[in-house]
Design a binder for this molecule. Structure first.
Ligand code: SF4
Length: 218
């Protein structure tokens, strides 16, 4: 969800249900939303993780920033940037009664509430999977082997002509793909869970967000 605010002096004081906010993407979840996931009101396959250090749009102040905290978001529909729960033909939210806290907090005529709360108590993977030791160990291993802080350093070295940095990035991409395949095969996990468990595929993020052209030789 990208927040867009109307004139701060607008006299409007309520949501017109125009769907503009929802059409710009799904919201980030906060700790208060965990029951929506555990009760499957929001299917985990409709979520994805933005990992620490990833380049994201600053929804309040604009521009791109490297996030210093993990963000779990509702994904967009296949055909557009709109939140997967937006029923386009009716311009209505499919889970309106149970919509996440961020959707409650967003008042497009008044940015104060969302400014004060959008980075507070964000839901993260530890809260969702931390009690599943076997899975949490895999997620931690993945994070330690291909976190974005390391990757950004490697990209910097690569720009400076260090060919070993290119190889290291390629190895990370191969590992990122391999661990996804292993979790599907050995843990019998649905592939739709992968973007929540590991974030978006590393290769895709590096291409789309970091503008890298990478050929991985396997
Ligand atoms: S969950 Fe509902 S209210 Fe929130 S962005 Fe999606 S469609 Fe809109």
């Amino acid at each position: 969800m990208t927040f867009s605010f109307t004139d701060q002096h607008s006299e409007r004081q309520q949501c017109m249900r125009c769907g503009t906010c929802c059409k710009k993407g799904g919201p980030a979840l906060h700790e208060q939303d965990i029951a929506l996931v555990s009760q499957k009101i929001i299917d985990p396959e409709n979520l994805y993780t933005i990992r620490v250090g990833e380049l994201v749009r600053d929804n309040v102040n604009g521009g791109l920033i490297y996030t210093d905290a993990e963000i779990i978001k509702i994904r967009a529909s296949e055909a557009s940037h709109a939140c997967i729960f937006l029923r386009n033909n009716e311009n209505a939210c499919g889970i309106y009664e149970d919509r996440p806290g961020q959707c409650h907090a967003l008042e497009c005529w008044n940015s104060e509430t969302i400014r004060a709360t959008h980075t507070q108590n964000r839901l993260d993977r530890k809260a969702l999977f931390g009690e599943l030791d076997w899975l949490w160990n895999i997620l931690e291993e993945h994070e330690s082997r291909c976190n974005y802080v390391q990757i950004r350093r490697l990209i910097e070295r690569r720009r400076e002509g260090d060919s070993s940095a290119s190889r290291e990035v390629e190895e990370m991409i191969s590992y990122d793909q391999a661990i996804r395949d292993i979790v599907i095969e050995k843990a019998n996990m649905e592939s739709g869970m992968l973007n929540l468990l590991f974030g978006m595929p590393l290769k895709l993020v590096l291409q789309r967000r970091f503008g890298l052209k990478i050929q991985v030789h396997v």
